[in-house]
Design a protein around this ligand. Structure first.
Ligand code: ADP
Ligand code: ZN
Length: 731
């Protein structure tokens, strides 16, 4: 491309801003000129907004009326590769560019002057007079080697007044220095040895390292049962990447998993990596953003949005637990971080590693199609074996009403506890009971803003809408018929299960792991660590426990309702159930004791349950793939979900109808359109939701057609149109 990469003062430049405009704006390059990709502040009406110099201006406005760029920010210009990534990601997900730029600049104070802080380190001079206080300061500084302290830290740690330190500064024994606040992260040392790998692990690591040495793009599915050493293997790839002087990014699906990972990185490379997720402070975010761009961060561990950090030279992206549905952003910009990781990797010649014990069908199909390589780790590390899987046929169990633990499961739990081991009871339902019903009139309490039922949470003493988060006190009387004392919970949530457990096993120590029971990620982390060390006999958990935590004493997993995930209308229901059950079962028998997983089911002959029990993964995938291929649905066909939402139901339906009738651009590519229909959750936060679904062949140019199609309509005020490419859920 013949783009100039520097614009002289006064030249016309096009600037992409973070403001919701459908085009770039032209400005005059400031005094001193600016680079292509420079982060700038530009005037927009009375305001000043953040933008990036995207190329030469288009013309249009006369040069004399063109306003100049206010200033160029003191951060590295956005690299061509990053601009290409944002453009391609926007095209794929049909996200407006300003929204993409916002994703890429989610750090506060980027424009701010470099803030400085004063630090103190050891000088060469010897003070003329050595007091006890002075020697305490110097001894402390020697003890910590080259570390720089702030005045506060130093006086507190040495237990001296600040005047003692100032005195040492005057003598030259301590040096006072101003340094930028955003310091580089401690260096990681990739030459430190890792654990000795098993032959299988070594082969997988070698294969990844070969890709890194070639410095080319490549995508690899690293498939291995939980505990087989996937993390160990991809840390080898991180080492190879850092050795080549390139940066690495590891994405994790849960903040709760980062603590364990940070510890492992520190043990492996001698220091902790940079972190990027919602639990990181604003100052740290800015530091991370800047250091990634300047090369002062070698490894970042983070959530999906870390993909939009301005890496200087990204050589490796790991997406751990790649099948996890939390990689799909369902709010604002709709994207799947797994797919965007592959896109970004292809643009910056990076290796992309998708790690999972239970890969998504998408990745499985990409391996089959030859787009991804596949590496398998078949054995669990050490003596740990995969648990034995058994179904409990609930039709044959004698269980009173409002009880969910079958006699068979109960006996198994008793045996485990008696042996000093742990049992996990898995139920993927937060709260006390999913439904509250009035026994007098049959009314079910629903949310006023959504079409979801309110879920009773006894712990919070409230009803909660899991859709919009609305809560209200548990009423005394029925809201519909007014009958008092007739409201009754129906079905179990983890809190209700905990009640049953307390009754059935009065001696046992019980821990409930459900995301809403913890005030902070830290509290949750502490609880998980306590459980891992044996602080509980019975763990009751939602899907939170399915994700990668290590509980060495856990030898029994009881799945309370294995049929739960099979009911939805979701095209991925079977896949999700399969993955979740395998992950949960993978929690049992991690250390040296074999584990058992027991699945309570009313339909043990269901193909998904059978595949889980027999451990015939490839068989399950083949059957699932055949079904989806026949139906022409992802990953063998393409889909886009369109949601129209408005406080006015009629307006949403009218536009939906109009869109369905004027579908020429879609018909041209042979796409089919379904709807409009009320979305499965027809109302969220007071907005009525109407859905259309577009289905096309795998090779059809879906995005272009969608763009042409939607461009035909004018949206009434207050109506929102959202397009979800490759929708994951159908709510
Ligand atoms: P996964 O990521 O597949 O769940 P991990 O990498 O977390 O597996 O490994 C599971 C456990 O086994 C960890 O505690 C890890 O330290 C240990 N482990 C894995 N490979 C080895 C090895 N080669 N030598 C020693 N310990 C290992
Ligand atoms: Zn609600």
């Amino acid at each position: 491309m013949d783009q100039p990469d520097f614009f002289d003062a006064g030249a016309r430049v096009a600037v992409l801003t973070t403001q919701p405009l459908d085009r770039m704006l032209d400005y005059r390059a400031p005094e001193g000129g600016c680079h292509l990709g420079a982060f700038v502040e530009v005037p927009l009406g009375p305001r000043r907004v953040l933008g990036v110099v995207w190329g030469p201006g288009e013309g249009g406005i006369g040069m004399s009326r063109l306003r100049p760029v206010t200033r160029v920010l003191d951060v590295a210009p956005m690299r061509a590769e990053m601009r290409a990534f944002l453009t391609r990601a926007a095209d794929y997900t049909l996200t407006p560019m300003p929204v993409m730029l916002r994703l890429a600049t989610r750090a506060p104070g980027l424009g701010g002057a470099v803030s400085m802080k004063t630090v103190y380190h050891l000088g060469d001079a010897v003070p003329d007079r050595m007091t006890e206080a002075r020697s305490r300061v110097l001894a402390l500084m020697e003890e910590y080697g080259g570390l720089a302290f702030t005045l506060g830290e130093l006086s507190q740690m040495a237990g001296v007044s600040t005047s003692v330190i100032k005195g040492l500064v005057r003598q030259g024994a301590v040096i006072e220095e101003d340094t930028p606040r955003d310091l580089p992260y401690p260096r990681l040392d990739p030459s430190l040895p890792g654990l000795p790998l098993t032959p299988e692990q070594r082969a997988a690591a070698e294969s990844l390292c070969d890709g890194l040495r070639a410095g080319e793009f490549g995508a690899t599915l690293l498939k291995g049962v939980t505990g087989s050493g996937k993390t160990e293997v991809y840390l080898e790839a991180v080492a190879a990447c850092l050795t080549r002087g390139r940066q690495a990014l590891v994405l994790l699906p849960e903040i709760a998993l980062t603590a364990e990972f940070l510890t492992r990185v520190e043990a492996r490379f001698g220091a902790k990596p940079a972190e990027w997720h919602s639990g990181v402070t604003m100052t740290e975010r800015r530091r991370c953003w800047k250091m990634v761009g300047e090369g002062g961060a070698q490894l970042v561990v983070g959530a999906r949005s870390a993909l939009y950090l301005p890496f200087r030279d990204l050589g490796l992206i790991v997406v751990d637990e790649e099948h996890d549905s939390s990689y799909k952003q369902e709010d604002g910009a709709l994207y799947n971080a797994r797919d965007m990781a592959v896109l970004r990797g292809s643009l910056c010649s990076a290796q992309v590693v998708l790690a999972s014990a239970t890969p998504s069908l998408e990745s499985w199909a990409n391996v089959e199609a030859g787009k991804y390589r596949r590496l398998d780790l078949t054995a669990r590390f050490g003596a740990a074996e995969l648990p034995e899987m058994r179904a409990i046929d609930m039709r044959r169990e004698d269980l009173p009403a409002n009880r969910w633990i079958s006699p068979t499961l109960r006996r198994a739990v008793e045996t485990r506890i008696a042996a000093g081991e742990q049992a996990l009871l898995f139920l993927n339902r937060r709260g006390y009971a999913p439904v509250t019903i009035c026994r007098a009139c049959g009314h079910q309490i629903g949310c006023e803003h959504c079409d979801a039922r309110m879920v009773e949470h006894r712990f919070l003493k409230r009803l909660v809408c899991h859709q919009c988060g609305e809560t209200r006190p548990i009423p005394e009387t029925c809201l519909s018929c007014g009958a008092a004392g007739r409201l009754a919970p129906v079905g179990p949530g983890v809190e209700r299960l905990a009640e049953e457990v307390a009754g059935a096993f009065p001696e046992a120590r019980v821990a409930v792991l459900s995301s809403d029971l913890f005030g902070s990620a830290r509290a949750l982390k502490a609880k998980i660590a306590e459980i891992a060390q044996g602080g509980a006999d019975i763990i009751i958990g939602t899907q939170l426990v399915a994700k990668g935590h290590n509980f060495p004493r856990l030898t029994l997993v009881g799945v309370i309702d294995a049929d739960l995930g099979l009911q939805g209308s979701d095209l991925r229901a079977a896949e999700r159930t399969f993955q979740l059950m395998r992950q949960v079962a993978g929690r049992a028998g991690r250390a040296d004791k074999p584990g058992v997983a027991m699945l309570q089911s009313f339909q043990p002959e269901h193909p998904v349950i059978r595949a889980i029990l027999s451990g015939d993964e490839e068989g399950f995938w083949r059957a699932e793939a055949a079904e989806r291929r026949a139906a022409g649905v992802p990953p063998y066909g393409r889909m886009a979900g369109i949601v129209l939402s408005s406080p006015d139901m009629k307006a949403a339906f009218d536009l939906g109808g109009q869109m369905a009738r004027n579908d020429a651009p879609l018909r041209r590519i042979g796409a089919q359109i379904y709807g409009p229909a009320p979305a499965p959750i027809a109302r969220i936060r007071g907005r009525h939701r109407v859905r259309l679904l577009v289905k096309a062949d795998k090779s059809a140019p879906l995005q272009a057609a969608l763009r042409d199609w939607t461009a035909q309509f004018r949206l009434p005020a207050n109506l929102r149109l959202q397009i979800d490419i490759d929708p994951q859920s159908f709510y």
